[in-house]
Design a protein around this ligand. Structure first.
Ligand code: SAM
Length: 339
């Protein structure tokens, strides 16, 4: 698709649908070309977020434990595509797609089959309670299109799945909505990432009200070298350098637990850099803390944090009065011999 033939009006309309959505949007895919355009730009960018979330989860010990995927609200199919790329098509027997748009499910099936001709890709019937047993359930960028009752219904539906992997845009509202899903699913699931423990999330405490659980991925080089992407960024008023996302990877409590993340902390959002020191918003089993790290206290740690690794897991080995005095990056999988 050359940049001259891109239908910016349709992309603008779709973007407005996504931004204005506040529950029960109804079906907005009007044609196959809506989905092609979406997949080429918005879908691709969501795929970059999935890549970052899947890498971050794998770093924390997440593994696909099922041979069946279910993509709920599949749209053009980017969540399933990204997951299969990360997991490997050989490890999957079946991919089921569900969306209230039949145009979308057909498009997603064709897209997946083009890339993986040997994969069994089906369009699912509307799933009901208990029907997702044994599946790795995927959901992506759906919460703001659902009413509160729909969201409750979705967590109920997912509650019998084997695993859930969920990616949302990384805005305050979507992250908070995803947090509600986490809390609703906690009885049946162990959080594997980004959470480092299975306690109720401290984000709900009043003193943490201005924060939200989000991260930043790294866009691929093409986002900065391709003319169509440059135009897309300008026309849609999206800063392509920034790739915020929120995510949640959960394993059924019936599965053997993923490596324990005891003593590990995750840095949320972006570390904030100041002259000679950094501040990090840290999440661990002690709750949420906004710590200061002076360069002179631990230069190696300060440098590691400044580099903004994609997997922001750390062990703080000495903390005094809100100051990290020493610590190191954590590699839970490498540190767990049986993983
Ligand atoms: C913003 S798109 C995201 C599509 C895809 N998951 C992705 O990440 O690119 C939201 C999708 O959810 C679907 N959707 C929204 N509400 C739904 C519902 N109640 N039941 C089924 N699908 C729904 C829409 O049709 C649309 O395809």
């Amino acid at each position: 698709m050359s940049s001259e033939t891109i239908d910016w009006e349709t992309l603008r309309r779709l973007r407005a649908e996504f931004l204005d959505a506040s529950g029960a949007t109804g079906v907005y895919w009007n044609s196959q070309s809506d989905l092609e355009l979406y997949h080429r730009f918005f879908g691709a960018r969501i795929g970059w977020k999935w890549d970052a979330a899947l890498a971050q989860a794998a770093h924390a010990g997440w593994r696909c434990r099922s041979r069946k995927l279910f993509d709920w609200g599949c749209g053009s199919g980017i969540a399933a595509l990204s997951a299969i790329r990360a997991i490997g098509a050989d490890a999957i027997d079946e991919v089921a797609l569900w969306d209230h748009s039949t145009l979308a499910t057909r498009f997603a099936r064709e897209t997946l089959q083009r890339e993986y001709p040997d994969l069994n890709v089906t369009i699912a019937e509307r799933p009901d309670s208990g029907s997702l047993q044994g599946y790795l359930c995927l959901a992506s960028h759906v919460l703001n299109e659902m009413t509160a009752a729909d969201r409750d219904g979705l967590s109920e539906l997912f509650s019998t799945a084997s695993q859930v992997f969920w990616v949302e845009p990384g805005s305050y509202d979507s992250s908070r909505a995803l947090l509600d899903q986490r809390e609703a699913l906690l009885e049946a699931f162990n959080p594997v990432a980004p959470c480092v423990c299975d306690l109720p999330c401290p984000m709900h405490q009043e003193e943490n009200a201005r924060h939200w659980c989000h991260f930043f991925g790294r866009p691929p080089v093409v986002a900065f070298t391709d003319r169509a992407w440059a135009q897309f960024g300008k026309m849609m008023e999206i800063d392509l350098r920034s790739l915020p996302y929120s995510f949640l990877a959960l394993d059924s409590r019936a599965l053997p637990p993923a490596p324990a993340l005891e003593g590990v902390s995750r840095v949320l959002g972006r570390p904030r850099q100041y002259k000679g020191y950094t501040r990090v918003y840290s999440c661990d089993s002690n709750g949420h803390n906004d710590y200061e790290l002076q360069k002179r206290d631990d230069k190696a740690l300060w440098k590691a944090i400044k580099k903004e690794r994609c997997e922001p897991l750390y062990k703080w080995t000495r903390i005094e009065e809100g100051r990290i005095l020493s610590g190191e990056p954590a590699n839970p999988v490498e540190e767990t011999p049986s993983a």
